[in-house]
Design a protein around this ligand. Structure first.
Ligand SMILES: *Cc1c(COP(=O)(O)O)cnc(C)c1O
Length: 468
């Protein structure tokens, strides 16, 4: 092989091969304590160039020692695994290195993005005016929805700034980006209302309406509700249909944050969890969560795409020089330069069809059900959430969830995290990796139980914490 790129691609293949072998052998990368990090790995940058072999060695080591998120021991985050078709699409996007702002620069890639958005809008039941974009993540999707809602109430805010006290609403267990976003947009953190939830973590619509009425009677302006489809800890679904009725009644923008579980729209069996979604103004989901594409792959759909351009379009004659706005997607996006996140999801979708996406969703709920049944049948476990959810929240015997998760991590056993809800702390076991099978789920419990049996004295118990 002659040129540098070919050599480096060959190196890429070698490293990936080793990574895959290593994942088989050691599905959990040995923990490196931060104190030792700089001694254990050669990542120091210096004036001198690194000769080829040394460079390759450093790179390989770095890759092999990084936490492994694609294996059947990783349950820590709301994503996991590695869908091969999506990986292929993403690698090709790197090679093409387009930027999704203009047709001139991205050509057919613009068509890919538009086709995905079009199909998703159809599945949701949005009308002819609908559209969307690929933001950099679920947090920014929430941000963009908030900005559109703000501008819809009063388009002059873009120039004059906020004149009235505007109020936004979300549930007490919604994603933390809501708090940041009201701060970024000038709404103010004090003007975000956290609506209480029932014992399943679903927003209480009566409480929502009461709060709206109180704010109106105080002369404030309610303008935005962020409902969640799959809350970050429990995986609960807010009642979209009844929330949408309140939104209509009070002229409030409804955004449905489906970053975690919005992809249920692909499954005829589970899409009813989002009943009423077509009444929303905007909806987002992360294909890098349930669909298993590489990070990040986030979609934001709007019932009327004029709101996207009202809030995010800006003239720039040095950029927009050819073609109609419809194909210059920079007119609808937050950023200027924008990565092609569409191609990886398109590669997956094209390869397996919409039926294949439905199967992924159904499979995830099946693995979640296996985990939930295991917990329910075994008296050593306590379950905290009982409904359709990909997060199985439980405690094992009387062990402290936080200490148990930390020790499993420190002993290179499992990566799993803990969460809390209404004062109870628990292990949050997320069955989001579409590649996991029944035995991977059962193996999780086996490893956990074996670890506890072998380390009984070393793991804190809840009672011990209460006393101290
Ligand atoms: C993950 C998540 C987000 C944030 O998405 P990012 O892509 O990580 O920014 C927002 N909302 C919910 C409900 C989530 O689960």
């Amino acid at each position: 092989m002659s040129n540098a790129l070919q050599q480096d691609l060959a190196l890429f293949n070698t490293i990936v091969e080793e990574l895959l072998n290593e994942e088989e052998k050691n599905p959990v990368a040995p923990l490196i304590n931060v104190e030792e990090l700089h001694d254990k790995l050669d990542f120091k940058l210096s004036n001198e160039a690194s000769i080829d072999e040394k460079f390759a060695k450093s790179l390989k080591e770095l890759v092999l020692k990084t936490p492994k998120t694609a294996t059947n021991r990783f349950f820590n985050q709301l994503w996991g695994g590695r869908n091969s078709k999506a990986v292929l699409g993403d690698l090709l996007a790197v090679m093409l290195n387009t930027s999704m702002y203009t047709y001139k620069i991205s050509g057919p890639q613009i068509g890919i993005e538009k086709e995905i958005i079009h199909q998703v809008c159809k599945l949701i039941g949005y009308g002819k005016e609908s559209g969307g974009t690929f933001p950099t993540g679920g947090s920014i999707a929430n941000f963009m929805a908030l900005v559109m809602a703000r501008d819809k109430i009063d388009l002059t805010i873009r120039n004059k700034g906020i004149q009235k006290r505007m109020i936004a609403y979300t549930s007490e267990v919604s994603h933390y980006s809501n708090a940041k976003n009201v701060s970024f947009t000038g709404i103010g953190r004090n003007n975000l209302r956290y609506i209480p939830t029932n014992n399943k973590g679903e927003m209480l619509t009566e409480k929502l309406e009461e709060q709206i009425q109180e704010d109106i009677s105080n002369g404030y302006l309610p303008f935005y509700i962020n409902a969640t489809a799959g809350t970050t800890v429990l995986g609960a679904f807010d009642p979209i249909d009844s929330i949408s009725k309140i939104c209509k009644k009070y002229n409030i923008w409804l955004h449905v944050d489906g970053a975690y579980c919005g992809a249920v729209i692909f499954s005829p069996k589970y899409k009813s969890l989002l009943e009423g979604l077509h009444h929303s103004d905007s909806f987002s989901f992360n294909a890098h969560k349930m669909m298993g594409t590489p990070l990040t792959c986030s979609l934001l759909m709007v019932n009327n795409k004029n709101h996207l351009s009202d809030s995010f379009n800006n003239d720039a004659d040095y950029l927009y020089q050819t073609n109609s706005d419809d194909y210059n997607l920079g007119k609808f996006s937050f950023q200027c330069g924008r990565r092609n996140d569409a191609l990886k999801f398109w590669s997956l979708w094209k390869a397996v069809g919409t039926n294949g996406l439905a199967q992924i969703v159904n499979h995830l709920f099946e693995t979640a059900n296996i985990a939930r049944e295991y917990v329910l049948k075994n008296p050593d476990y306590t379950l905290y959430n009982h409904c359709n959810s990909l997060s199985i929240c439980f405690n094992y015997k009387a062990y402290d969830a936080k200490d148990l998760c930390t020790k499993l991590y420190q002993s290179n056993q499992l990566l799993v995290s803990y969460g809390s809800f209404k004062g109870e702390e628990f292990v949050r076991f997320v069955t989001i990796n579409p590649e996991n099978k029944k035995e991977d789920i059962l193996n999780f419990f086996k490893i956990l139980e074996k670890f506890v049996a072998e380390n009984k004295e070393g793991i804190l118990r809840k009672e011990m914490l209460k006393v101290s």
